[in-house]
Design a protein around this ligand. Structure first.
Ligand SMILES: Nc1ncnc2c1ncn2[C@@H]1O[C@H](COP(=O)(O)OP(=O)(O)OP(=O)(O)O)[C@@H](O)[C@H]1O
Ligand SMILES: [Mg+2]
Length: 226
């Protein structure tokens, strides 16, 4: 599904922050992306979402060579990806319902089906009563739940989540993780960037650890002991 081959990345003329990243993410797999603050987790996720291109090396996503990709094609490709941004990026002029409905509307889903799916996922994350307010009226944790609902509602083939439990309490954090695992069981490839060790340790998945700009794959058996 995603293949990095000796990818490097630098912002503008700044220093290279990611070096020689080589990793393959299989369809239907589940990975944690870990590493200290500033390690480059969000940057790496943004490359997987066609937001940034490698400054060297080869990156292929869903069969597309990112370096050769016409920018006009990216919106269509992004529709196959669910993403939870670290800073949520909800649209404040739209209601909670309409924020979550957006991916389905873009995909041309019928309003009747869309309405059922959006309502169901919002009730699941505990926001059934807040569907028609602006995200501005919600707490940080609630906004994060809206961002999560928007990312999963279309059952994407690839789910990228950047610190998706950073603003919610432990109980909701575990619920969210179960939701991601459910999606994974249905065939979605899931990549979760997080430095919440308590949470990561409870879920047995391969860890991709960024250290000094390099990516190390840590298999489950070893990752659980960290
Ligand atoms: N738009 C930008 N322009 C220049 N440098 C940037 C930009 N965004 C991030 N950086 C730098 O790139 C490095 C990696 O940042 P990134 O946000 O990817 O790290 P992160 O692992 O997601 O950190 P955190 O755990 O705090 O979210 C940092 O040194 C950061 O200062
Ligand atoms: Mg980040």
């Amino acid at each position: 599904m995603i293949s990095f081959d000796k990818v490097g990345f630098q912002y503008g003329v700044g220093p290279e922050i990611l070096h020689d990243i080589s990793v393959t993410i299989e369809a239907g797999s589940f990975h944690f992306l870990t590493g200290p603050s500033g390690a480059g987790k969000s940057t790496l996720l943004s490359m997987m979402h066609f937001d940034r291109r490698p400054t060297r090396g080869f990156l292929s996503i869903m069969g597309e060579n990112v370096a050769m990709l016409a920018r006009a094609k990216t919106p269509l490709l992004r529709r196959k990806i669910g993403i939870v941004f670290q800073d949520f990026r909800l649209l404040e002029h739209l209601s909670v319902f309409d924020n979550v409905a957006l991916p389905l509307r873009l995909a041309g889903e019928k309003e009747r089906i869309l309405s059922r799916n959006v309502t169901e996922i919002l009730e699941w994350v505990g926001l059934g009563k807040a569907m028609h307010v602006s995200p501005r009226a919600l707490s940080g944790g609630e906004q994060q739940c809206v961002a999560i609902a928007r990312a999963v509602v279309g059952r994407p083939g690839l789910l990228l989540a950047d610190e998706p439990t950073g603003s919610v309490d432990d109980v909701i954090g575990q619920r969210v993780m179960r939701l991601f695992e459910e999606l994974h069981r249905l065939g979605t490839a899931v990549i979760i960037a997080s430095h919440n060790e308590n949470l990561i340790r409870r879920f047995p998945h391969t860890r991709l650890e960024l250290m000094d700009g390099h990516l190390v794959r840590i298999p489950v058996e070893f990752g659980m002991k960290l």
